[in-house]
Each structure stands twice: as structure tokens, then as C-alpha cells.
Write a protein that binds this ligand. Sequence first.
Ligand SMILES: Nc1nc2c(c(=O)[nH]1)N[C@H]1C(S)=C(S)[C@@H](COP(=O)(O)OP(=O)(O)OC[C@H]3O[C@@H](n4cnc5c(=O)[nH]c(N)nc54)[C@H](O)[C@@H]3O)O[C@H]1N2
Ligand SMILES: Nc1nc2c(c(=O)[nH]1)N[C@H]1C(S)=C(S)[C@@H](COP(=O)(O)OP(=O)(O)OC[C@H]3O[C@@H](n4cnc5c(=O)[nH]c(N)nc54)[C@H](O)[C@@H]3O)O[C@H]1N2
Ligand SMILES: [Mo]
Length: 745
Amino acid sequence: MDKLQKLKKAKIPGEATGIEVRKSICTICDPTTQCGLDCYVKDGRIIKVEGSLENPHSAGTLCAKGAAQRQWVYSEDRVRTPLKRVGPRGSGRFEPISWTEALDTIAENLQKLKKESGPESVVFYCGYPKQLRPFLQRLAFQYGSPNYCTESSACHTAMAMGWRLDYGTPAAPDLANTSCLLVWTANPLHSNTPTARRILDAKERGVKIIVVDPRKSPTAGVADIHLQLRPGTDGALALAMGNVIIAEGLHDKEFVAQYAHGFEDYKAYAATFTLERAEQITGVPAALIREAAIMYATAKSAAMQPSAAPVVHNTNGVQNQRAAAALVGLTGNFDVPGGNVVGPAAWLEFGSGFVTREHPYKMPRPWSDMPPRLGAQRFPVWTEMIDQAQAMDFPRQVNSGDPYPLRGMVAFGLNYRMFPDSKGWLAALEKLDFIAVIDPMFTDSGKYADIILPAATSVERTEVRAYPQKYVVYTEPVIEPVAEARSDTDIIFGLAEKLGLDYQTLDAEHTAKLGGFLPNGAPDFGAAFDAALDWMFQPNGMTMAQLKAHPGGMFVPDPPAPAFKKYQAKGFPTATGKMEFVSSLMEKYSDRPGIAGLPEYNEPWMSPVSTPDLAADYPLVLGTGSRLPMFVHSRMFRAPWTRSLRRDAMADLNPADGARFGIAHGDMVELSTPTGVAIQVKANLTELVPAGVVQMYHDYPEADANSLIPGDYLDPVSGFPGYKSLLCAVKKIAPSAAGAQGVAR
Ligand SMILES: Nc1nc2c(c(=O)[nH]1)N[C@H]1C(S)=C(S)[C@@H](COP(=O)(O)OP(=O)(O)OC[C@H]3O[C@@H](n4cnc5c(=O)[nH]c(N)nc54)[C@H](O)[C@@H]3O)O[C@H]1N2
Ligand SMILES: Nc1nc2c(c(=O)[nH]1)N[C@H]1C(S)=C(S)[C@@H](COP(=O)(O)OP(=O)(O)OC[C@H]3O[C@@H](n4cnc5c(=O)[nH]c(N)nc54)[C@H](O)[C@@H]3O)O[C@H]1N2
Ligand SMILES: [Mo]
């Protein structure tokens, strides 16, 4: 082989090989991860990807999903052109159409629905993607619909609500400076590689680590203390820890006296959670609860690492989250170095140490100017706190027409299988008069749309990301869009133009800069994107031109110096101006079941304790969706590399339960819940899950865990589903084809 061929084979970049390294961002998984991506491009195609070394967040790493980037970008399942449905809903029969026809069709239908049933009859939905959100929210509100909702109806927001009900604001763990880390609860070793690395670094520095988790997760594996609780009992555990801390006199007396509201009531309530009672409820040995409480309260500084999901994926989720978060203030760890710190929310509400004008951009009109949004009657606490509609109420409102009919949907990244009672969700979707779906992939949800538009992936579009290291990256497309794909924001700008909305008016200066290109000039959507971001980033003095000059990213210039205990001067952004052990907002709605001023503990609605009759037939606790490292919701099943890492839909079952129910590793089992629905999966016997608990990953197209969960199994505070704790039964239906293979992980 000659030298050049060798260089080409080794994919060495350079003039001779024609291989160029271009910077992008992997957006396959979630925004707190999103690793820097070095794309090796030759002849307009990505031939290899690596992690960007200079990115301080991901530090050159990529996970299995990121490494399969090319299989995602060049997937057979990509939508190649705009499509018009020609068969019945769900048939999958579509015909290619032009972009002009597609956008015109969507605009005509939206205008028609607005005229006939009001703009509120159209739902603007965004699934997993994040970058387009401020733009879509603005589009919805300018069109006049309050029904802007996202996958955050099931992710992150309820956790933030828990913190905000206590403190008025979330507070992030100061991992770099802490001496004790309480992980309540997350498993970043599977879900978030940059955070995993920081936790392992902390471990090496000698930081004490406590992990709360029903499973022996890899993160629990590095803990000094593992509190292995029964799913959904977080509130009881937290209240018992609070009780130990107060009884031992380890609480911050000055903080609770001066800066907290309702401490005496909390103290009295927590006192009912004795160690014995807590052990009975949670299954965690009393001595271990006590040891963890004392370790956390006596550490020089202690930080709590929450997650967007597991605690709040329970019917008492927000209350449980409040009880856990209350320990931070109780022990004087709120807004102090090494504790949980309050910083400004930056781009896409992701704390990066700088301020933006994102909020005014996405809220061009107040809620009071629009009809009530989805979920407003059913989830009033959510509605008072969150600038979005609660999508969990979608099936109910479609079916009842109460308080008004819903008739249309424009959805960026829609997956009906992420919602509880997924089949009911799909049935509601089918009833709409008009659906447009925008997705890079031809999906099962897309088959129900009238129009499908092909979305570009992150490597085909401009991407802007801000990281907690106060680092911002602006990336240009590294390849031409696959077939006719367009970026989500271009599609939104295009729709705004067709709808004749005054979308680009930001302020006089920026409107002038845009030269009034909308609605009559030749649209330059790239310029519109940059101008909008320039406007949003302006308070911080950072411009897109500056960012473009640093393709791998740059540190935020002159970020404000971190300040601590800001509440001493400003108070807390709550109704009382104090940290609220008793929440004023929750008290307002405390006549409703499951809502109370104190962070009360309630059993999961379905559990061996709350519904013993059901438990006689459904003896196991079902948790769904604990993250697997190779999949991310519905996305990576379609990539052969990642799918090969776990080929079959499997439910995790403790070997003791295997023995109890006569199930061997690899057997086909029927997994059913009191809904009467059952799915067929393989049994994965593993010590990862405790006896009595079954864990099933969600979003498998062939075995949909969400079809097992009732649609109204929702936390009344947030509307979040109780994905992590209900009841189920397992029954062997066929022996393993390969025979028992012993215990696997
Ligand atoms: N049972 C159970 N259910 C759960 C959970 C659980 O733990 N258990 N977790 C919940 C949580 S926390 C979350 S966040 C949700 C996630 O739920 P979803 O957000 O629905 O996640 P996905 O199905 O992966 O993504 C939706 C669609 O977005 C598309 N997409 C990807 N990138 C882009 C893009 O750049 N542009 C556009 N337009 N589309 C794109 C994908 O192709 C996919 O079709 O699931 C929730 N559902
Ligand atoms: N590889 C991969 N990474 C992902 C995702 C993915 O799908 N795949 N999804 C992304 C998204 S959308 C999110 S929201 C995050 C979630 O990130 P994480 O929260 O870190 O991940 P999970 O596995 O959902 O939950 C963490 C742990 O919660 C435990 N758990 C289950 N039920 C309960 C309970 O009732 N109480 C307590 N205290 N713990 C419980 C589980 O055993 C699990 O080990 O991950 C993100 N990262
Ligand atoms: Mo999530």
C-alpha cells in the first residue's frame, strides 16, 4: 500500500487525503451532556467521528451513542423530502411533495383551524430536541395558541418545581468544591458521561458519596453509602433523614430561624418519620439512614445531585423531591461553596454563568392574553409555575373537548410511546383534523401525520451550546443536509413567513439589521437565526460573529463572579421571601388530593402497601425507563451498532424473583399490569434490580412499556407520570431459545 493510501485508510486529515476535521455537537442525547464532536469529512460525507478534545465539558469523550453518529445521520430511516399522506392514518403511505407545497399546506390548515375554532385549537409540540424551543414557543404565541408543550411535560420541570417550591429557584451541586456528595438520584455512569467523570474525580479526591437508588446502579457501586429504597418512597427517606438531623441538633439553626418559613411544622411532621417507620416504608435499614443523615449534615460542605427524572416519575414525585431538597437548606448547604449553588439560567435554561434575553424572546405575549392552556384546570401548580402547557392532559381534552376542542398539531420530534397509556395517546392523536410532524426519521408517530417534513440533524445545521464551564460553542453545518432536510429553526421561520406573522420584530435596532426580510425579502434564515441569538445574548456582550471566529468554542468573556448566600440580601423568590418548608403556593391548592403545604409523603398510588388487593395478583413493583447506556428513548434502536449491544426487549428481574416465579434467564415472559395490558419480553435475570422490583426500558417499538401504565397515573402537582413505581406480574410463556445462560447484567 502506498503512503497516501495508508493515510486514507487510517483516516488521517490533511490536504493529501482530502479529509478535513470539522467541529459540531452531538445532540443525540440530552442537553446536559451534548459532547463536542470532531467530524472527519471527505467528499461531503462524514467518514469518522471523535470527541472534541478542547471542549471542557466532554473533554474528548464520546459514548456508544455518539460513536454511532454516522448510523444516525445516514440512517435508512431518514425522511428525505417533505411528504404528504395518501393512505389512512398509520398506513405509512406517503407521497413526496415540494417544500413550498408542504409549508403552504401547513399554513393553510393552521389558518383554517384558527378561523373555525380559534388559535388555541392548535397544539405546538416539541419532543426531545432543545435548540428550536424558544423559536417554536414564539411561533405558537404569535399565532395565538397558548398550547406550546414539550417533552418537559415528563422530564426535568417537576424536579425544578420541587426546588422552586422550597427555594424559589433550583440550585446546582458544586461538585468541584464539595466534601460530600448526596446523589439523589441519578446514574450518570449510564446517563451522562461528563457528570460521571466529575463524580469519579470527586471520589478520587476523597469526597464521601451517598447514593439513593433502588438498583445497584454503577453509580451506587462507587458510593460509601448506598440507600437502596423501594421505588417511590423518597419522601419518607428524606423526612426521616431530616428528623435525625434535627433530633441530633445538626441543622443550621441560624438559617432556619432567619431565612425559613414553616420550620416548626416541618419539624413536627418529620418527627413522625422515625427510623423504624422509615425502614418499614423504604426498606432501607434504620442504621444506614441515620449514618447517611449524619454524614451529609456533618460534612464540611455537602452537595446534592438531583436528576431530571426518577424521583419525580412517581405519583408523589414533586412532594418527594421537595422533601429531599429541603435537606439542603436544613443543613446550611444552600448557595454556599461546595453545596448547591444558584446561578443565572443561560441559553436554553442551562446554567452557564451568564444571562440572556431568552425569556422575553419566547414570551412575546403574556399568558393572560390567551385562553387557558392544556392542563390548566387539572394541574394548577404546574400552570402557575411553568411557562408551558402540560401535554399529559392532551388525550383528556381531545376526547372531551373541555374547555375547548383541540383540532391540530405541529410537532417537532413526536413520539407517542413516551407517554403513559401510549395507545390512548395515539387514539387521541388520530382524532385531530390536521397533524404536521417534523423529524429527521420516518417514525411510527409520523405515520399518523398529514404532512411530514425532514429535519436536519445537528451536523447538518448551525448549533449553539452553552456549558456549565462557562463555555459556549457555535458550530456551522459540517455536511450538506441529507437529501432535502432543513434545520428546525429554518422550518419555523418559513412557517412564520407563510403565516404572515410579525415574527422577527425584536426591537428597532434588530429589526433594522434584518432589513425587513420577512415577509417580503428573499428569506435568509441563517441570518435570522444569528440575529435572534445576537438579540438574546446581548446582555452578556457576546455576539455570533465572535463565536463564529472560534469554531471549537470559547469561554464566556467576563462572566459575573460567583456570589454566595444571595438570599441574605435579596430574600428567596417565594411568596414569603423565605425558604418554604411549608409552601404558600401548594397551600393555595391543598384542598386537592396529593397537594399540601408540607412536603407530605404519600405512597405510590399502586403499591404493595397502598393497594394490597391488587398486589395479590400483581406482586411486583414495576419501574420503567432506567437508562441503558446504548439507547436514548426511541432514538438508538435504529442504529445497528447500538442495537447490537442489547438486541432483545428485556425486563430486568432479580434472580430470587426468577426462582419464585419459575423464570430462567432468557425465558420469554408476559409482563402485565392491572390495566389489563401485557407485553412479551425476555427475562434478564440480574442483581442490578432488588428482589420485588421489575425494571423495563421504555420505547421498544415491539414491547412498549408505556402501554402498561394508566394514562391518569399522574402526580397531581406536576402532571408527571408515575413511570417508576406501579404494580405488575410476570409469567413465563416460553423457555429461552438458547437455554438458561446464567445470570447476565
Ligand atoms: N416509561 C417511561 N417513559 C418515559 C420515561 C421513562 O423513564 N419511563 N422518560 C421520559 C423522559 S425523562 C423523557 S425526556 C421522554 C423522552 O421522550 P421523547 O422526547 O419523545 O424522546 P424520543 O422518542 O427519543 O425523541 C422524539 C423524536 O425526536 C426526534 N428528533 C431527534 N432529534 C431531532 C431534531 O433535531 N429535530 C427534530 N425535529 N426531531 C428530532 C427523534 O427522531 C424522535 O422521533 O420520555 C419520557 N418517557
Ligand atoms: N444512555 C442514555 N442516557 C440518557 C437518556 C437515555 O435514554 N439513555 N435519557 C436522558 C434523559 S431524558 C434523562 S431525564 C436522564 C435521566 O438520568 P438519570 O436519572 O441519571 O437516569 P435514570 O436511569 O432514569 O434514573 C437514575 C436511577 O434512578 C433509579 N430509580 C428508579 N426509580 C426510582 C425511585 O423511585 N426513586 C429513586 N430515588 N430512584 C429511582 C434507577 O434505578 C436509576 O438507576 O438521562 C439522560 N441520559
Ligand atoms: Mo428526560
